[in-house]
Design a protein around this ligand. Structure first.
Ligand code: PMP
Ligand code: GLU
Length: 393
């Protein structure tokens, strides 16, 4: 039966990353030996002290609504960390909101900012959900395709060439999923200058802020050109603390914007889970040793994988500066596009990767591999993939 659904969904597809992870699961359940390198879910266990804190909260009956902004202690811990890292003061009372996932934090931020007819600049390749969320808000995502030849760098002139009288906001993601780039000070300065000159709101998704490798430094646009008053910073617990299933994130920004963001939170999910937030508090307040250990393990894997890729003829791969993804360029291997390369990899060696085209036009010609599966799985998957691609001759 044909239902009369919202026109907004007409040009929105399922999340490619989620659909691919479902596909990998289905193939495995039907007896296929597949290796899933498509999803970004750390296989590490959530640190024990975090689990214990949530358990204690459950045991003591901490199972009711919290403030719609989230637990004040958790907001204070986030604001303290933000001040220490970025030198920007956010008042825990009304400039920080705890959200059920960073994904929801991005969504409510876009909903609070965008109107139908507005345009939002999205440098691509970019994470799969920004464009869809902008459309759900009735606005038009305007991809700003970055070039792999220029190491996916953003320049002021390039941003300016995509501005229109309707441009209202820009979505940034650093460290970047899928490229693994950490935007440099000069790029952030350029973005900040464009935002200031054109009165744009910046939504800065910094969920990979802790997964940065030697030599790279994560900076936020709030540190540049007095941009703090026009920037909403999103981050979360999924990646840093291996807490993807907990669904916990946050957004902070100036109170003039945050009061609008709060309305969307209150009329959609209300707030994040109470005992989940207690886990988040333990994550921020407790030992950061597990985070250092996970990042060291990602660093080891990325170097190993990077070396493997150097031996595959006609494939090039940059060494990621952050995140747990690799984004090799497969455009010289004879496939018609990244989708057919990904399809071929499933069929020829049972390895599931995400085609670069899922991340927008700027991602075509690449595939994204995630280093988050158990070590033996990552090693088996990348070895099989490199062998298959090398055999193409
Ligand atoms: N932003 C980016 C760039 C991501 O890769 C992810 C991963 N899912 C998210 C936001 C959302 O994270 P979560 O909803 O698990 O907090
Ligand atoms: N962020 C992860 C990814 O890019 C998880 C899936 C999603 O939320 O898109 O694979």
């Amino acid at each position: 039966m044909e239902h009369r659904i919202s026109r907004k969904l007409g040009n929105i597809q399922r999340s490619a990353t989620m659909a691919l992870s479902d596909r990998a699961r289905a193939l495995r359940e039907s007896g296929h030996q597949v290796v899933n390198l498509a999803g970004g879910d750390p296989y590490f266990a959530t640190p024990e002290h975090v689990v214990m804190a949530a358990r204690s909260a459950l045991a003591e009956g901490f199972t009711h609504y919290t403030s719609s902004r989230g637990l004040l202690e958790l907001r204070a811990a986030i604001a303290a960390r933000f001040r220490e890292r970025r030198g920007v003061v956010r008042d825990p009372a009304d400039e920080v909101i705890i959200t059920p996932s960073a994904k929801h934090a991005v969504f409510i931020s876009l909903m609070a900012v965008l109107d139908p007819g507005d345009e939002v600049l999205v440098p691509t390749p970019s994470w799969v959900s920004y464009g869809a969320m902008a459309r759900l808000a009735g606005a038009r995502p305007v991809p700003v395709p970055l070039s792999s030849e220029e190491n996916f760098e953003i320049s002021r002139s390039q941003l300016e060439s995509f501005l229109s009288p309707h441009t209202k906001a820009i979505v940034l993601n650093t460290p970047n999923n899928p490229t693994g780039r950490v935007f440099g000070a000069a790029e952030l300065q350029d973005i900040a200058m464009v935002a200031e000159a054109r009165d744009l709101i910046i939504i800065s998704d910094e969920i990979y802020e802790d997964i940065v490798f030697e030599g790279a430094v994560h900076r936020s646009p709030v540190e540049f050109q007095n941009c703090a008053h026009r920037t909403l910073v999103v981050s979360g617990f999924s990646k840093t603390y291996a807490m993807t299933g907990w669904r916990l994130g946050h957004v902070s920004g100036p109170r003039s914007l945050m009061k609008e963001v709060l309305k969307v939170q209150e009329h959609t999910v209300g707030e994040a889970g109470s005992f989940i937030q207690r886990g988040g508090l333990a994550a921020l307040a407790g030992d950061q040793g597990p985070v250092r250990a996970m990042v060291a393990e990602y660093a080891r894997r990325r170097e190993w994988a990077y070396k493997k890729f150097q031996d595959v003829p006609r494939l090039s791969c940059a060494l990621p500066e952050g995140t747990f993804y690799l984004f090799p360029d497969v455009s010289d291997l004879g496939f018609s596009d990244s989708h057919s390369c990904a399809q071929w990899l499933i069929e020829s060696c049972g390895v599931v990767v995400t085609p670069g085209s899922a991340f927008g036009a700027g991602g075509e010609g690449h595939i994204r591999l995630s280093l988050t599966a158990p070590p033996s799985t990552v090693e088996a998957g990348i070895s099989r993939l490199c062998e298959a691609l090398s055999a193409l001759g």
